[in-house]
Ligand binder design. Structure first.
Ligand SMILES: NC(=O)c1ccc[n+]([C@@H]2O[C@H](COP(=O)([O-])OP(=O)(O)OC[C@H]3O[C@@H](n4cnc5c(N)ncnc54)[C@H](O)[C@@H]3O)[C@@H](O)[C@H]2O)c1
Length: 373
């Protein structure tokens, strides 16, 4: 099988995760597409040097146009600060390469729309990253929500919580500043993870009331001084979605300061007949609600059943590198027309929809009122 050649632009935290996923591609069982990391671009020499340990990498460069000109690249994953999404994603598409974009798919709504229309105009295969829904528990929650056995829906709660920003001595970085992270702040950082499953279920908010908080306004700059931090830290979006002809409250939560939550993705869907809760806090546990003569919350240990089978034992626990690998499998399967009825990565339309929600949330918070979408 001829491997699909993957190039990475931005070899930081997430660029290295791609090397990890592709480096153990062989754990996927009977997977119809082979893939390998062939080229990496990063401005920083130290970041580029890290990739020397990956034997398949043939090109290391500081110039993303050099990577895009290489015949050794079919698909490009871009993981750079948000103000660079639009120009670099457009360069990828103009170069005739397919794109797995990182969230938030442009720094704002205008950028997201420009990227989505370039994807359409060039006909390239474009998806956006959001890996947590590929965990077995998230998949089960999605299937249950989709299956229609939960009765009349009461409420939905979807979110992603971090906590390291509770520490005021944590240095500032590009994710804490509007010019590089975007005015949407934490919604751009964590929001795609929260909307992916609800949007895929067709649950698009009709209106939003947003509560946005900036908690620390400056942080150490790492050079002995202080840097301004002007992005939103925590966001609660109280939305209304029409599901089966009824208005259902859907709350999206994205927080950088959620006490005790290092990296917690969660989804709860509650109905009159049944309910489901899944959180990466308990990565192998699925909670399901049943209303019978008695009402019960049942706890199920799930094991390791991702959408794409691997060699890993069925009783083992999944984690971040596993769902990231599953997401890449979904991207390359869908690109090859082989996804079938399995769950796919965020589409450009869904990414634009997330920006529409976040832009409305900014307006809602500013005017302290409900904003229609
Ligand atoms: N899917 C996820 O779970 C997840 C998690 C974290 C971050 N992200 C997203 O990934 C993207 C990158 O975040 P990160 O945490 O990896 O950031 P990072 O700061 O760790 O890495 C970014 C890298 O981009 C490089 N870079 C900057 N400008 C460049 C340019 N012009 N050309 C080439 N390289 C350049 C930097 O040197 C740095 O190494 C963002 O869009 C972020 O929102 C996604």
């Amino acid at each position: 099988m001829k491997p699909i050649k993957i190039g990475v632009i931005g070899g930081g935290l997430m660029g290295r995760e791609v090397a990890s996923a592709l480096g153990r591609w062989f754990v996927l069982e009977n997977f119809p597409v082979a893939a390998e990391l062939t080229a990496v671009c990063d401005l920083a020499e130290k970041q580029r040097d890290w990739f020397r340990r990956v034997p398949t990498v043939k090109l290391l460069t500081a110039d993303h146009l050099e990577l895009l000109a290489s015949p050794e690249v079919d698909v490009v994953y871009v993981a750079v600060p948000h103000q660079l999404h639009e120009p670099i994603y457009l360069d990828v598409l103009q170069a005739g390469k397919d794109l797995l974009a990182e969230k938030p798919f442009g720094i704002d709504l205008k950028a997201a729309r420009a990227i989505a229309s370039a994807a359409k105009a060039t006909g390239r295969f474009v998806r956006c990253s959001s890996e947590f829904p590929f965990l077995p528990g998230a998949q089960r929650a999605y299937q249950l929500a989709r299956g229609g056995q939960l009765g009349k829906l009461l409420e939905v709660h979807s979110g992603f919580h971090h906590s390291s920003d509770l520490d005021p001595t944590k240095p500032a970085n590009w994710k804490r500043q509007v010019k590089t992270c975007g005015e949407i702040g934490v919604m751009g950082d964590l929001g795609m993870h929260a909307v992916h499953v609800p949007f895929r279920l067709g649950w698009k908010p009709r209106q939003v009331y947003a509560q946005l908080q900036k908690i620390y306004h400056e942080r150490p700059d790492g050079r002995g001084g202080m840097a301004t931090c002007d992005t939103w830290d925590n966001a609660m979006l109280h939305t209304e979605v029409e599901i089966d002809g009824a208005e259902v409250p859907v709350r999206f939560e994205m927080k950088r300061l959620a006490p005790g939550e290092t990296n917690t993705w969660f989804l709860e869907v509650l109905g009159t007949e049944g309910g489901v809760k899944y959180s990466t806090k308990e990565p192998k546990t699925l909670w399901t609600f049943h209303r019978g003569k008695e009402q019960t919350w049942q706890r199920t240990d799930l094991g390791f059943n991702g959408p794409f089978p691997t060699i890993t034992g069925g009783i083992f626990e999944p984690g971040f590198p596993d769902c990231f690998l599953q997401m890449w499998a979904a991207y390359l399967a869908e690109r090859a027309g082989l996804l079938g009825d399995r769950f796919g990565c965020v589409t450009p339309e869904e990414a634009v929809g997330s920006h529409e929600l976040f832009a409305a949330a900014l307006a809602s918070n500013l005017e302290k009122k409900v904003v229609a979408l």
